[in-house]
Design a protein around this ligand. Structure first.
Ligand code: SF4
Length: 397
């Protein structure tokens, strides 16, 4: 049975194709400098609290020297740097995170540490999850705190934390593990910004997160059954370990590494440039023709009205100018629409005059608005037909 984790579920949410590479095909991941620095900061704070649990208060210098030693021992040139900063820049950011944290919380007596890197098991209606809590602490008898260290450059908004799955799941696991816990605070340390962010979830919020997580796992298991893992491009792609094999990124990644004077000879570049040129030409031409036709149409209608004509004779063709009235019915947004639908169904002519909207049905299936059972029943009526769509967008690599 698959054991899930919050990071595993997030990977699927962010990009199903990346999930497949990492968790199904188990392709090796490349370490980024951000992840490397984050791991060492976590490890340094773990050591700080580990020593405190053994009645030793490390000085800031000792912790920083531990951090720098680990950096020296573990750094390799395989670690990827995506942005335009150097490894040294990241090393300094990590050291600053540790110093700021140390100076803010010294002598670290705000709470009693119960566990570090604590493995927590969570059972969600038969689905098994696990995770590791950076620091589990008790601030007062029965008052538990789940601490999480972040070295991300982005400070999240409160709404984001309220919807954060990771610590909420840990809370469920912790409260099921220990009876003495009466209340739990979730505490995020955004170390780059020197901010401590706290949330206390009510029962209802936890129940909602629980059912959302179960729905996500069901979606994931359906994707596994159907081998359906589309690549979902995002601003995170430059950090993805699988750019060189991903169907959306491998060609842009290859081109971005080529010198500007040689990539124009790449067959893919040539094809896209030609396609873009012809599409632009087509759009320019069509726009010109449409504008001319619209102007002419207005002149023709005015001429026909002025002369009282329904037919105008040309040298080879004749043009009929017919005034018509379009009959409109209430749209789905109008209250009377339901009344009309009911009337047609009652009179038995619904099937003769209505039509299935495949776009709306596919959207309902994709958005998980329907039960799994209904989805299966609908899918029995589906037929797949291969087709290609081409979308031009602006260059970004
Ligand atoms: S490069 Fe982007 S789209 Fe491709 S697998 Fe990675 S995250 Fe997904």
């Amino acid at each position: 049975m698959t054991v899930y984790s919050s990071s595993r579920l997030s990977a699927f949410e962010k990009c199903p194709r990346q999930y497949k590479y990492a968790y199904i095909e188990r392709l090796p991941r490349k370490v980024t400098v951000e992840a490397f620095m984050g791991t060492l900061v976590h490890e340094s704070l773990r050591k700080l609290y580990q020593d405190l649990m053994h009645a030793r208060l490390d000085s800031l210098e000792e912790i920083l020297s531990y951090y720098h030693d680990m950096w020296e021992k573990n750094w390799t040139d395989d670690i990827r740097i995506v942005k335009e900063y150097s490894a040294e820049n990241y090393r300094k950011i990590g050291a600053a995170c540790i110093s700021d944290y140390y100076n803010r919380y010294k002598p670290f007596n705000q709470s009693r540490t119960l566990a570090l890197e604590k493995k927590i098991k969570i059972d969600l209606d038969g689905y098994r999850l696990h995770g590791y809590i950076d620091r589990l602490a008790e601030s007062a008898p029965g008052c538990c705190e789940i601490h999480d260290y972040k070295t991300s450059q982005t400070l999240p908004m409160r709404e984001h934390l309220l919807g954060d799955r990771q610590l909420a799941l840990y809370q469920i696991g912790v409260e099921e593990t220990w009876d003495f816990i009466e209340q739990t605070d979730l505490v995020w340390h955004y170390l780059v910004h020197g901010k401590e962010l706290r949330i206390r979830h009510g029962r209802m919020a936890l129940e909602r997160l629980k059912s959302d997580t179960i729905a996500l796992i069901e979606r994931l298991e359906r994707a596994v059954d159907e081998d359906d893992f589309p690549a979902r491009e995002s601003e995170l792609c430059p950090w993805c370990s699988y750019r060189e094999i991903c169907p959306t990124q491998k060609h842009p990644a290859k081109i971005s590494k080529m010198p500007s004077n040689t990539y124009l000879n790449d067959p893919g570049v040539k094809l896209v440039d030609e396609y873009a040129r012809l599409m632009e030409e087509k759009q320019r031409y069509m726009k010109k023709i449409e504008d001319e036709l619209e102007q002419l149409r207005e002149v023709i209608i005015a001429f026909a009205e002025r002369e009282g004509l329904e037919v105008i004779q040309g040298s080879h063709k004749r043009l009929r100018v017919k005034k018509t009235w379009r009959v409109l019915y209430p749209t789905k947004k109008e209250a009377t629409r339901r009344e009309l639908d009911e009337l047609l169904k009652k009179e038995g002519i619904w099937m003769d005059v209505s039509d299935l909207n495949p776009y709306a049905l596919n959207k309902a299936l994709a958005c998980n608005q329907l039960s799994r059972e209904l989805v299966e029943k609908i899918k029995r009526f589906q037929r797949l037909e291969e087709s290609y769509k081409l979308y031009l967008s602006t260059h970004k690599s």
